[in-house]
Design a protein around this ligand. Structure first.
Ligand code: SF4
Ligand code: SF4
Length: 127
């Protein structure tokens, strides 16, 4: 959405860097997730995550707000002073906001936290 198809080049270069740093080849990655596979009946149906915004770290760029407001569930409210708050009753934990949240800080992603919240309306609300 923000970067267009150029994001594919970034993914390729990121993967290359990851492999080079670990002296791995692409074939070394194939199948590594398989041991973590489980049937859906083994998943916790009460575990729910919601987006979290750290007010003390937020630089109020608004990118997470736009991402959710324009494309998803309008789950982030912008209050006076550009204070952003996630509405847990609406957020479906799709993760889109943190995907587009490029906080201009030393650690770009740390401002946009996701955390476990109380189970509310279950997986029928999943994205
Ligand atoms: S993307 Fe991060 S820094 Fe920007 S408004 Fe959202 S939480 Fe704040
Ligand atoms: S996780 Fe999805 S629904 Fe929740 S605030 Fe972020 S973009 Fe909106």
């Amino acid at each position: 959405m923000t970067y267009g198809f150029k994001v594919m080049q970034n993914m390729i270069s990121g993967l290359s860097q990851y492999l080079d740093e670990r002296e791995m080849s692409l074939s070394d990655l194939v199948g590594r997730a398989v041991p973590k596979f489980v049937e859906w009946q083994q998943l916790s149906l009460t575990y729910v995550t919601r987006a979290r915004i750290s007010q003390e770290d937020c630089i109020k760029c608004g990118r997470c707000y736009v991402a959710c407001e324009d494309t998803r569930h309008q789950a982030i409210a912008m209050k006076p002073g550009r204070v952003l708050e996630v509405n847990d009753a609406v957020c479906v934990a799709c993760n889109l906001c943190s995907t587009f949240a490029r906080c201009e800080t030393a650690s770009p992603w740390k401002n946009c936290r996701r955390g476990a919240g109380p189970a509310q309306g279950p997986q029928s609300r999943a994205p």
